[in-house]
Design a protein around this ligand. Structure first.
Ligand code: ARG
Length: 391
């Protein structure tokens, strides 16, 4: 019988390695795709592991630049977290991986794809909405939802039985890494009383050992996007890496949170996103300076909906694109330079400059007389606005 070809989104991690074996046992010819989105040496490991498992073809693609340019930066323009804290680092990578994986399924002329996300999380939805957007006729195999290896312990046993080696840390947590963040879930973190051990965090130094002097630097933004660090241009990948480095040595960007998954489960996760945390902070300060009050207000409201769309997997939806266009429109004002200080996990603004600044000290001053209005007029403003309340 002719084996069916299937393209698997392969990270090289525990779950997807097991899936390679499992698909092969279930008579598929497995082709792996590993997106290099800045997860580091894991990409090389993925290649070696796939080779060892007799994968038919191994695709690896460097997508770091595209990830920053077309996913991270557009999201950062919204200046919003998912719920209270989460910066969406995993959610942003899935639509890109989906798109690239569908390209490969097209080259390989197969209608079968697979991913390693469980039936409990968000990533299954993000991947599959992406797959279906690019090919409505795609057949998707999500082993976690169908096989009988339904716990992490059974998974570890499957590895032992099938000679799949696992590193110590993957045993402890489920980790997702890219240039934007490291995220940790599962293992001891499932107990919400548990304080993560220091060596879980890979991307940032703790404040006990972070650099013990403040670092000052400027960030320059054009149309909302970061273009310079300390007045130097770099390509976006270098720029992003430099900022990650600065944040990392100063202990910036760790969070330990509970979030609501799309399907309605609450989960606990730890994230470290040093560069993104800094950019977000600087951008918010710049927007405060340049955005018109009403534009600011409307943007803030739609950004909340936008964050839900990104989190819930609707990157490739008409409504996400519509909101993105509105957000992007507001960014024509977001030009300027923000000077920051980072020290022991804290970011502080030092000063801000913009040619689009709407701040005029004459208007707000306690000492000067405003040019464009008289305080006398405020009595009328309050009289009219209080009318409804008095009545
Ligand atoms: N909860 C995050 C999200 O849904 C991260 C998911 C992946 N992280 C992981 N450690 N497995 O975006």
């Amino acid at each position: 019988m002719n084996k069916k070809k299937i393209v698997l989104a392969y990270s090289g991690g525990l779950d997807t390695s097991v899936i390679v074996k499992w698909l092969q046992k279930n008579k598929f010819e497995v082709i792996t795709f590993t997106a290099d989105i800045g997860q580091g040496e894991e990409v090389i490991f993925a290649k070696h592991k796939a080779k060892k498992m007799n994968v038919k073809r191994i695709y690896i693609k460097n997508l770091k630049n595209e990830f920053i340019k077309n996913y991270i930066f557009p999201y950062l323009r919204s200046s919003i977290e998912y719920e209270n804290f989460y910066l969406l680092g995993t959610a942003l990578s899935r639509p890109l991986i989906s798109k690239e994986l569908m390209k490969i399924s097209y080259y390989e002329k197969t209608n079968y794809v697979a991913h390693g996300s469980t039936g409990k999380g968000n990533d299954q939805i993000r991947f599959e909405l992406g797959f279906k957007y690019f090919n409505p006729n795609i057949n998707i195999i999500a082993p976690w939802r169908v096989w009988d290896i339904n716990t992490r312990d059974k998974l570890l046993n499957f590895c032992i039985e099938n000679n799949i080696n696992i590193n110590k840390k993957t045993k402890k947590f489920s980790i997702d890494k890219n240039i934007f963040h490291n995220s940790y879930e599962g293992g001891d973190l499932e107990n919400i009383f548990f304080e993560p051990e220091e060596n879980m965090w890979e991307n940032t130094l703790s404040n006990q050992i972070s650099i013990d002097y403040p670092i000052y630097f400027t960030l320059t933004f054009k149309n909302g996007d970061l273009i310079k660090l300390n007045n130097n241009f770099y390509n976006i990948e270098e720029l992003y890496l430099k900022l990650n480095k600065l944040g990392s040595i100063s202990g910036i960007g760790r969070i330990d949170i509970i979030e609501n998954r799309y399907i309605g489960i609450k989960s606990r996760g730890c994230y470290e996103s040093p560069g993104a945390t800094i950019i977000m902070f600087a951008r918010k300060h710049l927007e405060d300076l340049v955005l018109d009050k009403k534009i600011f207000d409307l943007k803030k409201k739609i950004s909340y909906d936008y964050s839900l769309l990104v989190y819930n997997g609707y990157w490739w939806s008409p409504e996400r694109i519509m909101l993105q266009n509105i957000i992007d429109y507001t960014q024509k004002y977001v030009n300027g330079v923000i000077k920051l200080k980072i020290y022991k996990g804290v970011i502080t603004i030092i000063n801000r400059f913009s040619n689009n600044s709407l701040y005029n000290s004459k208007n707000s001053s306690f000492n000067e007389i405003s040019e464009k209005f008289s305080q006398f007029d405020s009595s009328g403003f309050i009289n009219i606005n209080s009318l409804r309340i008095i009545i």
